[in-house]
Unconditional design. Structure first.
Length: 182
């Protein structure tokens, strides 16, 4: 069989394929690369033997590095997922977390439901007046107590007190009475 790239030649009873043109060049390049890689491998073996004689231990860490980077990627992904879940929870429950209408473990929700001494300022010996404020759009209604000053009201300042969002007005009275007396 004869074509432009190869020809079969008989030598000593055997058939050999002779390459010509581009195919021959490619085959020779492949052989050359093979020879170079063989030389490099021999050099590496010599270096390993020399290092072993000198007491050095050579190990390839490419597999270990790949395992470690894969593990770190999983840890990063799980951490990112946990952060995303936490942020989603905070976003969904932000109103419940920011505004707690009751103090934990205290069942009272309005001043009338508070224990004696915490229902209104009159129980603590102060005269007061119930006042209600409405927003302009009538969506929000605030309840306040106006506690009148005693006879020396000209010498006492006016105090506007906003209690925290948890509990009721009555639960804040005792702490204000302590501040007033000190």
């Amino acid at each position: 069989r004869t074509n432009r790239f190869e020809a079969e030649v008989e030598k000593g009873g055997r058939t050999h394929t002779k390459y010509s043109g581009k195919k021959r060049e490619r085959k020779e390049r492949e052989k050359g690369r093979y020879r170079v890689s063989q030389k490099r491998e021999k050099e590496r073996k010599r270096e390993r033997k020399r290092d072993e004689k000198e007491g050095y231990e050579l190990r390839s860490n490419t597999g270990e590095t790949a395992k470690m980077s894969g593990t770190l990627a999983w840890i990063a992904a799980i951490s990112a997922g946990g952060v995303a879940l936490m942020l989603g929870f905070l976003y969904k429950n932000q109103n419940k977390l920011l505004y707690a209408p009751v103090i934990p473990n205290v069942p009272a929700k309005t001043p009338d439901e508070n224990p004696t001494g915490y229902r209104n300022p009159q129980e603590l010996g102060m005269s007061y007046e119930n006042i209600f404020f409405k927003s302009l759009d009538n969506a929000v209604r605030l309840h306040a107590w106006f506690v009148k000053a005693g006879e020396d009201y000209a010498e006492r300042p006016t105090v506007l007190f906003f209690h925290a969002n948890a509990g009721s007005m009555g639960s804040a009275m005792e702490s204000q009475m302590k501040k007033e007396s000190s």
